[in-house]
Design a protein around this ligand. Sequence first.
Ligand code: G3H
Ligand code: 13P
Ligand code: ZN
Ligand code: NA
Length: 281
Amino acid sequence: MLSSTRELLETASRNSYAIGAFNVYNLEGVKAVVGAAEANQSPAMLQIHPSALEFGGVGLIALCLEAARAAKVPIAVHLDHSTKAEDIQVALEAGMTSVMADGSHLPYEQNLAFTKAMTELAHRKGAIVEAEIGRISGTEDGLTVAEKEAKMTDPDQAVEFVSATKVDALAVTIGNVHGEYKSEPRLDFDRLAKIRKLVHVPLVLHGASGLPAEAIDRSIQLGVCKFNVNTEVRQAYMHSLQQGICSRSLKDLVDSMGAAIAAMQAVITEKLELFGSVHKA
Ligand code: G3H
Ligand code: 13P
Ligand code: ZN
Ligand code: NA
């Protein structure tokens, strides 16, 4: 069933587990997420990146909402990393249950103003907003320690930001990166603990592909209740297609779609287990 993002995050937070939010691009991705969630009696989130929205348009939103409504477990539908008010408007009009208003590339004051305006808009539609301060990058290679720390979420600024914007969830930057980790991920748990102590909205960790089980556990203990996963699921899809094509084992397009769904579903299942959301639906 289609669930509100607020309900999913608040229930997870109260019960010390986290919701997996998986980026989807097409029908196979949607089927993999909903299939894995149903098979594991787990709640989950379908999330659409603006680049996927540009490609799939409102049809992709409709596909996600329809799959969520038909699902046997609670599924929320979220717009990821949106920097444009127009995209957020389209998402809210279509009935998505939450959006990420991503002003993390803007100077702090502008991020605050953008997030505040988008939060007011979303609340009028009964949806919620996730925002980010600090800046999650791709790989951190070549950065000095000072440069890395400058990009991390400042706990005191986080309190002020949440209270000024009334935002509902906060994505933190504590050493997490999008894509692959080029070396062993090192998350700043002291920083996360400080943020948790001061900020009382659900915390979100992007860049969950590549995080080991211990880092995920510790993050959940320190208040993270949503993890974003994109890269590992996409890779599973691509590898499945490449293998099928190279081995000439695929007879038809539908075979390749089925194999890709199964490959993605296996990765998603692993993540749901790590996030502790299995049997929580
Ligand atoms: O925030 C997520 C974007 O979709 C980037 O994902 O790291 O898999 O390219 P990626
Ligand atoms: P990964 O690239 O680590 O999967 O992170 C995805 C993400 O944060 C999407 O918003
Ligand atoms: Zn992200
Ligand atoms: Na990552």
